[in-house]
Design a protein around this ligand. Structure first.
Ligand SMILES: *Cc1c(COP(=O)(O)O)cnc(C)c1O
Length: 393
């Protein structure tokens, strides 16, 4: 098991738990309990029930015939865009809130950048009748007004982070501070495969349902659970982690992560961490991140709010380092064109994050009998404004 986490919470040289002393008890409580809880039959039963009846799983695996014709390969789309709330993030928030209940927590906190993770968290808190506070940078609150109102409608309190650049990093700091002050009754739901151990492993575990379903669905469709390629966009890396999970140890399956190049990796406006990043510590774990020579985190840029993150999770840093996965990137324009192409060829308007994954299809060296699964992480409804502003359709 070369690519899985070791007992100290490391994927190769990445991972660990780099946290202030005062957070140690919270993280330690999670670390000591998460595996026994999430692997229990009783937990699995409730998790699977909710994924089925609330989220709408299994999500379809759709053979995109017109795209297959165009790219001369068998292109399948894993339809995470059809999940309740419009993306894969709900798989993780359901898992974490069930865990929080079993740890005896009554309150939930989260941080959010674009608001998607905040909405997924607010949703499960409403479902479970738990009190919820979401920290969000004040600037992000202005930019993502509809998601702020969605959270409020769901009964969540949205608190503005007013320090620093007033974006995701500042919201994360506020959430950490809250957790330090409320260690016993509160669980902190992190939204991607980032943060201190055990979060990356725990979130990957909850998202692994994606590749579990792909295996079953491919077996049914073509009599073989293993595709030639799995392609997924990478912000922090949770939808990619879920789509790769059961294929990682099968080295004949090509894993392709797609990062946002923004205006191009040669410009200062990008979020392509594997191309531009170096090893460092971000949000409690050692990984690759975009930083200046003296270690200050560089503010990332992408047209897609969900990929606008200055690092990647430690699992992906390790897959990159060992070359087990290939990391490509797509610019704003390439992603937008791919989003329009998918809309026109298959009648599916994707989230702009997911459009980044679609955008690398022309860059892969495909054969006609190759089976390619693209993880369509979310739907484009939330991005309508961005499509309209971009305007080239
Ligand atoms: C948040 C989000 C992403 C990026 O997050 P990952 O943790 O990298 O998956 C990708 N797609 C959609 C639709 C999202 O909402």
């Amino acid at each position: 098991m070369k690519y899985t986490i070791d007992k100290n919470g490391y994927y190769g040289k990445f991972g660990g738990a780099f946290i202030p002393e005062m957070l140690h008890p919270n993280v330690e409580e999670l670390r000591l309990n998460y595996l026994s809880i999430i692997e229990s039959a009783e937990f699995k039963k409730e998790f699977d029930q909710l994924l089925k009846n609330y989220v709408g799983r299994p999500t379809p695996l759709f053979l995109a015939e017109r795209l297959s014709e165009k790219y001369q390969a068998k292109i399948y789309l894993k339809r995470e865009d059809l999940c309740h709330t419009g993306a894969h993030k709900i798989n993780n928030t359901i898992g974490q809130i069930l865990l929080a209940k079993r740890l005896g927590k009554q309150k939930i906190i989260a941080e959010t950048g674009a608001g998607q993770h905040g909405v997924a968290t607010a949703t499960v808190c409403a479902l479970m009748g738990m009190e919820c506070i979401v920290y969000m940078g004040q600037l992000d609150m202005e930019r993502q007004r509809p998601n702020v109102e969605r959270m409020r409608i769901l009964g969540t309190k949205v608190v503005a982070a007013t320090s620093g650049n007033m974006t995701l990093k500042d919201a994360t700091n506020e959430a950490m501070r809250h957790w330090i002050n409320h260690p016993t009754d509160t669980h902190y739901i992190i939204g991607s495969v980032v943060g201190p151990h055990p979060y990356p492993d725990m979130v990957a575990h909850f998202q692994s349902v994606i590749s579990e379903e792909i295996k079953n669905q491919l077996t049914e469709a073509i009599g073989n659970p293993y595709p030639d390629y799995v392609v997924a966009c990478v912000g922090g890396g949770s939808n990619a982690a879920g789509a790769f999970y059961y294929f990682i140890e099968h080295e004949h399956v090509n894993l392709v992560g797609v990062e946002a190049a923004g205006k191009g990796i040669g410009t200062s406006e990008s979020a392509a961490t594997t191309a531009l990043g170096r090893i460092g510590i971000l949000h409690g774990s050692k990984s690759l991140l975009m930083q200046t020579d003296d270690g200050q985190v560089i503010e990332p840029y992408s047209i897609s709010a969900g990929l606008d993150y200055p690092g990647i999770g430690p699992m992906h840093a390790h897959l990159f380092d060992t070359q087990r996965a290939q990391f490509l990137n797509a610019t704003d324009d390439e992603a937008m064109n791919a989003g329009i192409e998918l809309s026109r060829t298959e009648g599916i308007i994707p989230a702009i994050e997911s459009a980044h994954a679609m955008a690398v299809l022309p860059k892969l060296d495909l054969n006609t009998d190759d089976v390619v699964v693209v993880n369509l992480s979310g739907r484009g409804d939330k991005d309508l404004e961005t499509y309209i502003k971009w305007g080239r359709y």
